[in-house]
Design a protein around this ligand. Structure first.
Ligand code: CU
Length: 78
C-alpha cells in the first residue's frame, strides 16, 4: 500500500456482528487491515465495533464490509 503524508486519512466506525472472542477480534482486524488503503483496523470486542483508519480515495464502507464478510462476520454502518 502507498504511504501518505498525513492529513487525508479518515476514520470509520463499523458495527461488526458475530464476534465472540479474541480470535474473532484478531480475524476481523487482520482481514480488514490487509485491505489496500486501510492504515489500521482495531476492534472493540465489548462494543462490537471496528474502527478503521482509511484513505477515502481508495476505500469506502463497502470495501470494509467485504473484508469483514470474507472473514466470516457481519458488518453494518453505524
Ligand atoms: Cu472467536
Amino acid at each position: 500500500m502507498t504511504c501518505k503524508s498525513g492529513g487525508d486519512w479518515k476514520t470509520l466506525a463499523v458495527v461488526v456482528s458475530g464476534m465472540t472472542c479474541n480470535h474473532c477480534k484478531k480475524a476481523v482486524e487482520d482481514a480488514v487491515s490487509g485491505v489496500d488503503g486501510i492504515s489500521s483496523a482495531s476492534v472493540d470486542l465489548n462494543k462490537g465495533l471496528l474502527k478503521v483508519v482509511y484513505d477515502p480515495e481508495q476505500v469506502d464502507f463497502t470495501k470494509v464490509q467485504d473484508a469483514v464478510v470474507r472473514a466470516g462476520y457481519g458488518a453494518s454502518q453505524n
